[in-house]
Design a protein around this ligand. Structure first.
Ligand code: HEM
Length: 86
């Protein structure tokens, strides 16, 4: 049994997983920093920056794709149908 996912679905999954790892890496920098450890020169900072760049790229991709699909396939406004005239 296999399910074929679109490229954007994969980009979204990637965004989700990077975001979880990013939280861990950011915490590993912030928590020691809060206890007075100097983390400003830690190589982990570069890892966090790289992850943030990947998040920005995949996030903008997801956002652009979301609206591109809406523009290509416009749906009629949902809600209560208009009352018949006359
Ligand atoms: C840096 C720029 C970022 C941009 C432009 C961005 C953009 C987006 C967009 C457009 C979505 C889809 C929203 C929707 O239509 O439902 C999304 C989902 C999400 N974003 Fe970001 N995001 C960014 C950074 C982050 C960061 C820093 C985190 C967390 C550390 C994060 C975590 C998530 C999560 C968990 C989702 C839901 C993914 C899913 O379950 O499908 N994002 N983001």
């Amino acid at each position: 049994m296999s399910r074929k996912r679109s490229l954007t679905a994969w980009v979204r999954i990637l965004h989700r997983w990077i975001s979880m790892l990013f939280v861990v890496v950011a915490a590993a920098l912030i928590v020691p920093g809060a206890f007075g450890v100097d983390t400003t020169t830690s190589p982990l900072g570069l890892v966090a920056l790289l992850m943030l760049v990947l998040l920005a790229v995949s996030g903008v991709w997801t956002a652009v794709h979301h609206y591109a699909v809406k523009l290509r396939h416009p749906r009629r406004r949902s809600g209560v149908p208009a009352a018949p005239v006359g």
